[in-house]
Design a protein around this ligand. Structure first.
Ligand code: NAD
Length: 305
């Protein structure tokens, strides 16, 4: 049986380190770091994320400033708010919650955020710094995954790593961070031929696809470490019966509650083959918020101008 990589416990550890950093600022007479969160529209999942972020801010002493905008907000109004936050000296980090409602150009909005306040690490300037291996604000989810792997003591040098998914948010930056640590990295995606065979080469498999239970136990190399970034809600019983065959409790919950959260990896099957696996929920999810707050502290502590 594999070890469960407890993301919640590691997130607590990361948050404690942020809390201490905020405390140090306070003893130096500096104000608390400020994180501005912009939420447009009424996507229920986004509201849950924003609430969780705000609770985590309170826990570590970061000031969370929420800006809730109506569903029909114009691009010009959204950009005016971002410009205002860029200029606000009390704001160290700006996060625009995605997805934005249809009709709004999220790339344009994200590119407008000052790179120094880009705590999501999505600005081309920060992505360029990552590409060059230079310090900057890096995307929270892959940064937090790297922190979890380091904490787990996984030696990345020379390791065969496969990153499944090539998004700007997770897949690409994750691959770059693994490369920086001298892993031999393959990025696989929706057009990759013979995905199971590619995955089976991996000593470290990171799945960031958004397809429930895509990765079967037979795709995993025995003894591999598996990081499951996917967060999917499943409400289809037939699909559940297939992907939760080795996870009877999950299937029971799906039957009882009508839906259940799961990752891109069939957790029950992975547990029988891998050496370590992150669960969903309780794996990468809590780490991402911890990574965001670590970035906010880093932005606050960085020299301005
Ligand atoms: P995305 O939709 O931007 O990218 C998905 C990637 O998966 C694409 O590169 C695509 O090529 C690839 N892909 C799609 N179908 C595939 C298939 N059948 N086979 C192989 N590759 C396929 O998604 P994203 O933003 O990177 O998010 C991926 C998942 O991670 C989602 O479930 C998302 O909810 C989750 N996520 C979780 C966190 C967290 O905090 N845990 C953070 C970000 C994203």
């Amino acid at each position: 049986m594999a070890t469960i990589l407890d993301g919640k416990a590691h997130a607590d550890h990361m948050l404690e380190s942020v809390r201490r950093g905020v405390e140090v600022r306070r003893t130096q007479g500096l104000r608390a770091p400020g994180l501005a969160v912009v939420l447009v529209g009424d996507d229920p999942a986004s509201h849950v994320y924003v609430r969780n972020k705000s609770a985590a801010c309170t826990r570590v002493g970061i000031t969370s400033i929420e800006h809730r905008l109506a569903m029909d907000t114009s691009q010009a109004d959204l950009e005016a708010l971002i410009n205002q936050l860029n200029a606000d000296p009390e704001v160290d980090g700006i996060l625009v919650q995605l997805p934005l409602p249809k009709g709004l150009d999220s790339k344009r909005a994200l590119h407008l955020i000052s790179p120094a306040k880009d705590v999501d690490g999505f600005h081309p300037m920060n992505q360029g710094l990552l590409l060059e291996g230079l310090p900057g604000l890096r995307p929270c989810t892959p940064t937090a995954c790297m922190s979890l792997l380091a904490h787990h003591g996984l030696e990345l040098k020379g390791l065969r790593a496969v990153v499944l998914g090539r998004s700007e948010i997770v897949g690409k930056p994750m691959a770059l961070m693994l490369l920086e640590q001298h892993a031999t990295v393959t990025i696989a995606h929706s057009r990759t031929r013979d995905l199971p065979a590619v995955c089976r080469e991996a000593d470290l498999l990171v799945a960031a696809v958004g397809r429930p239970g895509l990765v079967e136990g037979s795709w995993i190399k025995p003894g591999a470490v598996v990081v499951d970034v996917g967060i999917n809600r499943v409400d289809d019983l037939a699909l559940g019966a297939r992907i939760f065959a080795a996870e009877p409790k999950k299937l029971e919950t799906l039957r009882a509650k009508g839906s259940v959260l799961c990752g891109d990896v069939r957790f029950g099957e992975a547990m029988q083959v891998a050496s370590a696996v992150t669960p969903v929920p309780g794996g990468v999810g809590p780490l991402t918020i911890a990574g965001l707050l670590a970035n906010t502290l880093l932005a606050a502590d960085s020299p301005k101008g």
